[in-house]
Write a protein that binds this ligand. Structure first.
Ligand SMILES: [Ca+2]
Ligand SMILES: [Ca+2]
Length: 371
């Protein structure tokens, strides 16, 4: 009987190689999975791709990787790429300056046939159709710390599971995420879906799902999408929706018959009544007072909450993530009532530092006082 254990996975800002342990009929062997390196400026595709000998293209490193368990480290740089792979590997970039640009090709990444694909710390852009296309069969795609921006559709999922955390999906010209019926589940945490459907196409928007997928949204912000925020229809099931803002989308925030077929987990806010937010802690018809999409201290853009936002300390603390999309800790006492409660949405509000002013008092001494 064979078994494979993943002993370490990519965590926020820190990723570890995989350790594979294979046991066969009483015999066992242990091997470190390989690490490959890509550097647009200093790499050469004639290199081995091992440490100290980076290749130049992402595709070259993917070609060198084994079928399962290897990790590809992508240095800062601009990479023109359209990669189709069925390998179960990890790709790790270096944040805002590691850009994978499909440059008008149909996709930046097309994933199929693997059991697990992890991509983190990249900007994915420039796809004529899909930033990430998850074909069938793929068991699971995990995305962490990604900007998926400037494609036609950010993610188009045909099958399997997508698991997204700390992800910005913005300014795609048609949709943020499309989930086809064979999609098993979509799990989104600390993720912002904003400003999609820049071309104002009739069926665009934030998230669209048809007949089948089970969806979990926890501390997600869906706003400013041109037309519908959440389009859910048929047998799509919204398993969990908690501490999520669906507001300020061009037409209805939510649409589709599946919207009427779920139980809210609470802490949600919408500025209309189309989402069926009926938990006692939900706020329908309530403007969450979002600021514009901005970095807010992270390279992954978010919508900050204005100081009068009803989303501040309005979330459910059960299963509140321990940090927000920026990596700032949660929950934080944003309304200064000595009770730290989770906020709704992808960002945990922190009041601006109090501005202090020096003044000279009547006796001539300097004092520092709040503005
Ligand atoms: Ca809070
Ligand atoms: Ca509080």
């Amino acid at each position: 009987m064979n078994s494979m254990y993943r002993t370490a996975a990519c965590a926020l800002r820190r990723c570890m190689p995989l350790l594979l342990i294979t046991s066969t009929a009483g015999f066992s062997q242990t091997a470190l999975a390989a690490d490959y390196y890509v550097d647009a400026d200093n790499g050469d595709n004639n290199n081995t791709g091992l440490i100290g000998e980076p290749v130049q293209s992402v595709q070259s490193a993917v070609s060198r990787a084994g079928a399962s368990g290897d990790t590809i480290h992508i240095a800062k740089g601009h990479y023109q790429a359209s990669i189709r792979t069925n390998k179960s590997i990890q790709l790790i970039g270096e944040g805002k300056d590691t850009v994978v640009d499909a440059d008008g090709a149909g996709y930046a990444f097309s994933l199929y046939g693997g059991s697990q694909m992890d991509i983190s710390r990249l900007v994915i852009t420039g796809a004529r159709s899909y930033g990430i296309y998850q074909d069938e069969p793929l068991t699971r795609f995990t995305g962490r710390e990604l900007r998926i921006v400037g494609n036609e559709t950010g993610l188009f999922i045909q099958d399997g599971i997508i698991d997204l955390k700390y992800v910005e999906i913005s300014d795609n010209s048609l949709k943020g995420i499309h989930l086809n019926p064979d999609t098993d589940s979509a799990i989104l945490v600390n993720t912002t879906i904003s400003g999609n459907n820049t071309d104002n196409q009739s069926h665009g928007g934030g998230i669209a799902a048809a007949d089948g997928p089970d969806i979990t949204l926890r501390n997600v912000t869906v706003t400013a999408n041109n037309r519908v925020g959440l389009s859910l229809y048929g047998t799509t099931a919204l398993l969990i929706i908690q501490n999520t803002i669906v507001a300020g989308n061009l037409s209805d925030n939510c649409w589709g018959d599946a919207i009427n077929n779920y139980t809210s987990s609470g802490g949600n806010i919408s500025n209309d009544d189309t989402c069926g937010f009926d938990h006692t802690s939900d706020q329908a018809d309530s403007d969450p007072q979002l600021s514009r999409l901005s970095t807010n201290g992270s390279w992954l853009r978010t919508h900050n909450l204005r100081s009068n936002s009803p989303a501040i300390d309005a979330g459910i603390n059960t299963d509140c993530p321990t940090d927000d999309q920026r990596g700032e800790s949660r929950p934080f006492d944003g309304d200064a009532d000595q009770q730290a409660d989770c906020d709704s949405g992808a960002l945990e509000y922190r009041p601006d530092a109090t501005i202090m002013l020096p003044i000279r008092s009547s006796d001539g001494k300097l004092a520092i006082v709040p503005l």
